[in-house]
Design a protein around this ligand. Sequence first.
Ligand SMILES: Nc1nc2c(ncn2[C@@H]2O[C@H](COP(=O)(O)OP(=O)(O)OP(=O)(O)O)[C@@H](O)[C@H]2O)c(=O)[nH]1
Ligand SMILES: [Mg+2]
Length: 344
Amino acid sequence: MTSAFQVLQGNRLALARLLTQIENNTPEGRNTLVELYPQTGRAYRIGVTGPPGTGKSTLVNQLALHFRRSSEREPIRVAVVAVDPSSPFTGGAILGDRVRMRDLLGDPGVFIRSMASRGSLGGLASATTGIVQALDAAGFEFILIETVGAGQAEVDIARLAHTTLVIEAPGLGDDIQAIKAGILEIADVLVINKADRPGVENTERALKSMLQLGHPMEHHFQNHSREPGHWVNDEAASGITPSTGGPQFSSWIPPVIRTVATEGRGIRELAGAIQQHRGYLQASGELAEREMTRLRAELDLLVHETLIGRWRSRTSQERYLQALQRIARRELSPWQAADELVQD
Ligand SMILES: Nc1nc2c(ncn2[C@@H]2O[C@H](COP(=O)(O)OP(=O)(O)OP(=O)(O)O)[C@@H](O)[C@H]2O)c(=O)[nH]1
Ligand SMILES: [Mg+2]
């Protein structure tokens, strides 16, 4: 029985083994992913990111429980991928996450995987892509991807998600430094967790004013007494009559949701905001658009890596160093050198 077949059959051990192969970037892992690829594209991916310690893991745990319990038909299958680029792979933070996710352990409809950096962050992003594809093929309908911080790696990983939640907590939000503009840009839903702590209003005010900077249309639409988390028709808001009539959902204002993850408060509202964003993406056509953008980036990267790899295997290090020295001596321009080096 092939490992792809076992994964499709719901064999958790085979899935765990495959995820390790993908993490280690082995040829077996790659081959299985190739086989599984036609079965992917069904999962809804939710990114969860934000500064350290804001309660992301606790919140992910609660959301997963909520998804497991809330559905009327067959329970939704949920996977969680916790990516921790900062800690070594025996890191305590990951063990902590595992412990906190104990509510979900033993539930066959839930699969939890922790990943840590093994060298390059770029490698981590591509391993995460593979892991998410494997979980998607294995039939998990919701995939929650937790990352820490606001670096490029988190942004790359967030691009994997259909809906990205950015988690802040009171005390951090007051200081605008803590809310990196980059992380706000990727937010589809903003969460102020630890809303049981003092300073929630300040954090909310800071976040909303930053959102206003990023989404000037919000001003208009507040005048139209509409709430964030709803669709905004830019043309109507700006007073231009749409020529075609039909609705044009041209932008989404991230709603700000308060939660207390440790007590499960605000989780229903958060899940509602995610569903609403999903509806927006579908109705506006942005879902398909985002998917194409993501696939294009993935393909471009692979073409790039494949070409470089092929070229490296054909070109001796010596030839490369010689060219480099000639560039340094100004005997050859870098453009000419590149041309010469890639010629067969
Ligand atoms: N008071 C309060 N504490 C919370 C809340 N949510 C989480 N915590 C606590 O905050 C601490 C950090 O929670 P985690 O869920 O590990 O936070 P995290 O963002 O995943 O942390 P990293 O992954 O290390 O960045 C834990 O002690 C939680 O119990 C909340 O809503 N209120
Ligand atoms: Mg965590």
